[in-house]
Design a protein around this ligand. Sequence first.
Ligand code: TRP
Length: 448
Amino acid sequence: MSNVRGEFSSRFGFIMAAAGSAVGLGNIWGFPTQTASNGGAAFVLAYLVLAFCLAYPALMAELVIGRHGQANAVSSLQKLTTSPWQKKFAFFVGFGGIICAGLILSFYAIVAGWMFSATIEPITAITSMDNATLWLSEQSLTRDIIFTGLFIVLTVLIISKGVENGIEKWSKRLMPALLGILFALIAYVMTQEGAVTGLKAYLVPDFSSILNPELLVNALGQAFFSLSLGTSVMIIYGSYISKRENLVSLGAFVTLIDVFIAFVAGLLIIPAMYVAQAQGVEIFAADGSLLSEDTLVFQVLPALFDSMGDIGLFVGFAFFALMSIAALTSSISMLEAPVSYAVEKFALGRVQATWIIGALVSLVSLTILLNFAALFGFVVSITTKFGQPLLGMLCCVFVGWLWHRGKLLKEISEGCEQVEHTVFWKIWPWYIRFVCPVAIAAVFLNSL
Ligand code: TRP
């Protein structure tokens, strides 16, 4: 089977794909709105510390498991085990991650569908297709079903093309486009009145709130979601990395890019909120707290775009196109997790497996859409607040406790011969053994 497995063709290709998975709605929407509702710059600081001190080591654990296993998540984890109970445990973690990735995709596709329809709306507005514009702007079940379906089909089309011609090729195209749009929008917003006030709220921390447990829980959850951890996605991506590559620096690159883009997205969104305020849009709720989450993206920002006159249509289009691209490079990684498992486990063809799993995910999305109030928040919490931290922690346990240290060193040394003498190797194995599981468990228990 191994000779039909794909592999990333270049270092740049892997970095774009893994960063594409990491950079998504979590960075451009989640991070700024969390920052806005968790006290501004103090949250940014906590996030930076947690991303580098807990999420990066956990990311390394997943990448190294995958590259060693050269297989889907379940088989890669099982390769590290020696006894039957350990094999069951490996199945639980690997398969749990795959289910988690599928469930995340099912709600992510709904949100991404909203982004698609918001991208098209300015086009119908410019071309005076008034009925279409009205239909796109009003929440309806039909609209949501159509755009969620469209998003899943696009994801399926990319994934069915495989690693090099699908994931890598599209990530290499979409990620630079995303960066370009992001910087163009920032440049524009900075010229507007109110931007500087927003910049201060974003960058000047109020240290009194930094040890607030809720802030820490939110920051860790955000860091895990953002690096796509605990869902076997990074195990799979790790399995497509060549043995010649230096894993330690690849993982560091991906973390840096992810954190950088979240930070830069904050430079856009938070000042944009204050620009909106300067133009008369409400950004504070009655109790004085900042409006956030969906109100921010679907009311505050569109109100800002409206107030700009005709150019607002272009800015709105660029903004939602940015969101859609970010969502797509992430969703392909979520779909790859179950697809790679199905292909290797049931000996299905890739195209067939991708369409079958795409159909299953669509069914779950449809169920969520039909019972939106009851299910949407529930699926989000269960996957991102429970599944991801728990499974991410268990991956650390695998590497720290079940994997023989000499063998671990051998795997890490491939592509990085001197690793034994680096600070990384002096700290990381112990760190992943004790610090990561305990810290993640503490934060996790706190969130209960
Ligand atoms: N990291 C992505 C974001 O920030 C979301 C994401 C992609 C993800 N793949 C994932 C989250 C796998 C959890 C699991 O939006």
